[in-house]
Write a protein of this length. Structure first.
Length: 181
């Protein structure tokens, strides 16, 4: 009788062991990738990621000696949304030299999979000239190339909620002269 119980127990364990093993994932198994987002959801996320945000970063200028630091780049964005014609409306405020430039313009945005790219080719910017740019936006950062007239360069930075933006750095102020005794 004891042998029969042992035999039955061994058979039961053998029958159940494949089920137990089937639930175990190999140690090197990767988690399932999330389902890709549809275009409408990607566009909604882009509008939310840019509206009332500030693009804070730096830009370089081709031909400038490489030992010079990149310059501050800052674009305060208001409402950003996709228009019916496929263009995107951008409300923006930026500094161009000593001028504070505010504008609302429509720009084309192309998609490389889930990555939006602002694509300007010989695009007139009122009061600033004609520009060409490719600026990709991904996970709170931006990077790209730009050119205007006879110069151009790179631009890169992060995208921050307007309410969380640190103040823009002012021109360096001179330190007070040390007092002499």
């Amino acid at each position: 009788m004891i042998r029969l119980h042992r035999f039955a127990l061994v058979c039961l364990l053998l029958l159940l062991s494949p089920l137990a093993l089937a639930d175990d994932k190999p140690a090197d198994a990767k988690p399932a990738a999330p389902a890709p987002l549809g275009q409408e959801e990607l566009e909604k996320q882009l509008a939310e990621a840019l509206t009332d945000h500030v693009m804070i970063g730096q830009f370089t200028t081709t031909g400038v000696p490489t030992d010079q630091p990149a310059k501050e780049d800052r674009y305060a964005l208001g409402k950003v949304y996709k228009m019916k014609n496929g263009m995107w409306s951008f409300e923006a405020n930026m500094k161009n030299g000593d001028k504070d430039v505010k504008f609302t313009m429509a720009f084309p945005v192309k998609w490389a999979g889930d990555t939006p790219i602002i694509t300007l080719t010989d695009w007139p910017m009122p009061g600033m000239g004609v520009f060409t740019a490719r600026i990709l936006i991904f996970r709170g950062q931006y990077a790209g190339t730009w050119s205007g007239g006879d110069h151009g360069g790179l631009m890169f930075g992060r995208i921050v909620k307007a309410s969380e933006v640190p103040p823009a750095p002012d021109k360096p102020t001179e330190k007070p002269a040390a007092k002499s005794n």
